[in-house]
Design a protein around this ligand. Structure first.
Ligand code: NAP
Ligand code: NAG
Ligand code: NAG
Length: 307
């Protein structure tokens, strides 16, 4: 990334993560690792406050993030959303979509959120829904809005679990009303944990489904490959190590870059006459794997769009 992507002032940026569960934790640990491995003042000046709904999850976050190494970056870990959000510049929604109504029933929290930049990670919840909840009844009328309070600032980001290892494929809503400064901040922040892709908000659910289906496929594929190896006499750890490494190398090669290959190029390179790979490939076709996968993606897209 270039220096122009980073916020220029090295002041402290306070970020609250509300409902810091799997994905919140993945993003946070990715960002903390990024700040660990760079002397970048922007990452060194990040401070987080976290909320989680139960004592168990609060304890888990304490356990995970209050080591010597990260202590300077963590302000507070609490079960109270308003406490976590109060001093933040940016508030990340990382709870589950069905918790939205409950979270917004806290009127003190809503007041606290109004002037802040809100980044929602919630699948299937539009910016509009959140904006509506943040706009008090009296300022929903645009003409009065200007005179009373600043308009709420809301955008969406859909990171993936790879965030914890700097390999997220984060989708960012590309067509929100954010200022250039807010937009750059969001892009910079999620750029710390992997690649970012801007998509129009109306497509974000469909693209999220592609991401989800790919993760689902990786799990099913590796599991089945390992079973296939084990039944043929290979030990599970060996099959696992080889399958995961090959999945990684195949995807890295296909992703492009200097030594990248096209799909056709990779297929051709692997499929020598009478080769093992072409035999495996044809057997996959017999099992209708291709249509099974594309059907799963289509189903996931339909499901996500109906959320
Ligand atoms: N998962 C993804 O890949 C992904 C990607 C993009 C966006 N999102 C969005 O992010 C939001 C949160 O989703 P989420 O997947 O992170 O779910 P989550 O809120 O973490 O919920 C999953 C459940 O697992 C528990 N849990 C969370 N972290 C755990 C851990 N480290 N160890 C053991 N148990 C744990 C939680 O318990 P507690 O209630 O006790 O914490 C909760 O009951 C949703 O709105 C979703 O749409 C998710
Ligand atoms: C705080 O947020 C969580 C979601 O992470 C929600 O379940 C909980 O009800 C909220 N707490 C309050 C007091 O609204
Ligand atoms: C994360 O990955 C990007 C490339 O996608 C790289 O430029 C950056 O240095 C990596 N950061 C860390 C902390 O490994």
């Amino acid at each position: 990334m270039t220096t122009s992507d980073t916020p220029s002032e090295p002041r402290t940026l306070r970020i609250a993560i509300l409902g810091c569960g799997f994905i919140g934790t993945a993003v946070l640990s990715g960002i903390l690792k990024a700040s660990d491995t760079s002397n970048n003042t922007s990452t060194n000046n990040l401070k987080f406050s976290l909320s989680a709904p139960s004592q168990t999850s609060v304890d888990r976050l304490h356990h995970q993030f209050t080591s010597q190494r990260y202590r300077d970056h963590i302000d507070v870990i609490t079960a109270d959303n308003a406490t976590a959000a109060r001093d933040a510049d940016v508030v990340i929604f990382a709870f589950q979509p069905h918790q939205l109504a409950q979270v917004f029933s806290d009127t003190m929290l809503v007041e606290i959120l109004r002037p802040k930049l809100v980044i929602s990670l919630l699948a299937g919840v539009s910016c509009r829904e959140i904006l509506d909840k943040l706009s008090p009844e009296k300022v929903k009328d645009e003409s009065k809005a200007k005179s009373t309070a600043p308009l709420p600032r809301v955008t969406r980001a859909i990171p993936s679990i790879g965030a914890q290892i700097n390999e997220s494929a984060t989708l960012l809503a590309g067509d929100t009303d954010l200022s250039a400064a807010d937009h750059d901040l969001v892009t910079w922040l999620f750029g710390l944990v992997g690649a970012t892709h801007e998509v129009p908000e109306r497509l974000i659910n469909a693209v999220t489904a592609i991401s989800a289906a790919t993760h689902a496929l990786a799990v099913v594929a590796v599991d089945a490959i390992v079973d296939g190896g084990v039944v043929s006499g290979v030990s599970r750890p060996v099959a696992m190590a080889v399958a995961t490494q090959c999945l990684r190398s195949a995807s890295t090669v296909l992703k492009g870059g200097e030594s990248g290959m096209t799909l056709e190029g990779l297929k051709e390179a692997m499929s020598i006459p009478r080769g093992i790979t072409i035999n495996a490939l044809l057997e996959l076709e017999r099992g209708s794997v291709r249509s099974g996968i594309s059907d799963a993606v289509r189903y996931a897209v339909g499901y996500a769009e109906g959320m």
